[in-house]
Ligand binder design. Structure first.
Ligand code: HEC
Length: 187
């Protein structure tokens, strides 16, 4: 009986919140606390975060990524320009390590913790990328034929989308949704 009394609250706490990975289903601000006050920066659609705890409408998450020295943008992988988090400034990051890519460029391994609205998180990355595909098919084939998803690699698509985003008057959200779909097409 003594053991039961000890275990019961422990099980309840575990069932209430299952920590694990989640994916951004849209671009969303990352806040310093669970009141949504000051933003540390913006998490970008389809990026992976670790869920740490829940607090009202917010979930505390940790994003871990890579950035070249002197940058404020952290990418999901070292050497691949898939934006994970755009920080308001570099001080929000904790540097946890570093590594060199094949061109000898140093990438800092960084992490940032904060609170994101829980409705910006999803569990199905394929479904999130599929919304990017719908946008790509809807917005990118009106002036010219739709380009093939595998025509360019993950480091080339961002500059094309910067140029085409202006042509197609894309919002930042739509641009990232399309570029993340294209970058993940042939990972
Ligand atoms: C308003 C018309 C218009 C829309 C909409 C448009 N494009 Fe284009 N696109 C162009 C024009 C014009 C060119 C050729 C000249 C240039 O490269 O700017 C082009 C060229 C391209 C190229 C070839 C670039 C190269 O260097 O070979 C790609 C790839 C491309 N577009 C992708 C896209 C994608 C992806 C979208 C959707 C976000 C898109 N386009 C939407 C007008 C458009």
């Amino acid at each position: 009986m003594r053991i039961m009394r000890f275990l019961a609250p422990l099980c309840a706490a575990t069932m209430m919140f299952a920590a694990g990975n989640a994916f951004l289903n849209k671009n969303a601000s990352l806040y310093a606390d669970a009141s949504g006050g000051s933003a540390l920066g913006e998490l970008i659609v389809s990026s992976t975060v670790k869920e740490l705890s829940k607090s009202g409408d917010f979930t505390e998450v940790e994003f871990t990524g890579f950035m070249p020295e002197g940058s404020t943008i952290a990418y999901e992988k070292a050497g691949i320009l898939m934006v994970g988090f755009e920080a308001k400034d570099a001080t929000v990051y904790k540097i946890v390590g570093q590594q060199k890519d094949e061109y000898d460029t140093v990438w800092l391994n960084v992490s940032v913790k904060g609170f994101v609205k829980s409705d910006a998180l999803g569990s199905d990355k394929a479904k999130i990328l599929a919304s990017g595909k719908v946008l790509f098919q809807g917005k990118c084939g009106s002036c010219h034929a739709l380009h093939a998803e595998d025509e360019f690699d993950a480091n080339v698509w961002p500059s094309i989308l910067d140029a085409m985003g202006q042509q197609a008057s894309l919002s930042k959200a739509d641009k990232f949704s399309i570029v993340k779909y294209l970058q993940n097409f042939k990972p």
